[in-house]
Unconditional design. Structure first.
Length: 310
């Protein structure tokens, strides 16, 4: 994992989900609650997802090779996409399947107090895991709202953990409502309805994660603030008259590729141009340290041939 904060959030969530999953399955066996069983499968899916994130982080640290000259940092995006697939299939679809059968053929719950106690304990553990993820995200979130942070973050682990833990807490609320209403009314159909709600929730989160991680796999640019900072750094270098065009793409969360054509003086000599490029690269890395791969092409500015800076 590229950052200790992301690793800490993932490991905390993994430990919490393993403990929660065991307790949910025990409670499901005792009570016969479909929502408890769905929540147990949900915890298994979350645990598998966190293992995948850790594996992806480890594989992303492999050095570049002849076949992959820009390295393997994007593997973190691939494994985050696998998380979305597992969450949808193992979590969402299974919960919908269980909920449907519980609604069609409801069975009364046994020892519902056990289910309530387990759900409350699970809520405390999930809340702690979410609190850890929120604390790590706040270090880089700035003044952005949470949805904007999830959609604009180039780090896949924290958004995944934030969505998973938030979904887990909401799923626990659905399960509590299902068990409570089933006990109060004597009709176990509410347990099935809550299970369907859990399935729909997991499916929604999985689709959101899949859309965002697919975009990262294809290749996203630096955020607008970074693009502006890069342009200003280039323009501040002596010998750079203007930025003719600029392109950026994340090779991984902490690896940014930068390609730009910069205008230099028509009478500049080769040694002067080389010094200008070296200085410009140093200035860019000072303001955006993740700009690991930089290609600057010197040119003479011609208005009719220039393309606008995106």
């Amino acid at each position: 994992m590229a950052t200790d904060g992301s690793t800490r959030a993932v490991v905390t969530a993994l430990c919490a989900n393993l403990a929660i999953g065991v307790s949910k399955f025990v409670a499901a066996a005792i009570t016969g609650s479909a929502s408890m069983l769905a929540e147990g499968v949900h915890s298994v899916a979350d645990s598998a997802n966190q293992v995948l994130l850790l594996v992806g982080g480890r594989r992303a640290r492999r050095p570049a090779s002849a076949l992959h000259p820009f390295g393997y940092a994007r593997e973190r995006y691939v494994y985050a996409f696998l998380v979305a697939i597992i969450l949808f299939t193992l979590g969402g679809l299974y919960a919908l399947y269980e909920g449907y059968h519980k609604v069609v053929d409801p069975h009364p719950l046994e020892s519902p107090l056990v289910a309530v106690i387990v759900l409350l304990i699970a809520a405390v553990l999930e809340g702690y895991a979410l609190r850890t993820a929120v604390g790590e995200a706040n270090r880089t979130r700035g003044d952005r709202g949470w949805l904007r942070f999830v959609r604009r973050s180039r780090n896949p682990e924290l958004p995944v953990i934030l969505l998973e833990d938030s979904g887990a807490l909401l799923g626990l609320l659905f399960a509590l409502l299902g068990v409570g209403l089933s006990v109060l009314t004597g009709n176990a159909i509410f347990d099935g309805i809550s299970t369907l709600c859990i399935g729909a929730l997991l499916g929604t989160i999985a689709v959101l994660l899949a859309v965002e991680t697919k975009s990262l796999i294809i290749g996203e640019s630096a955020v607008p603030e970074q693009v502006a900072a890069i342009e200003q750094a280039l323009l501040s270098a002596p010998g750079v008259d203007r930025v003719i065009h600029l392109r950026t793409m994340h090779l991984g969360p902490d690896d940014l590729l930068l390609a730009a054509k910069i205008a230099v003086g028509p009478n500049d000599e080769g040694t002067e141009i080389a010094a200008t490029i070296d200085d410009a690269e140093a200035r860019v890395r000072a303001v955006v340290p993740t700009a690991k791969v930089i290609y600057l092409e010197p040119d003479i500015y011609r208005p009719d041939a220039a393309s606008p800076v995106p």
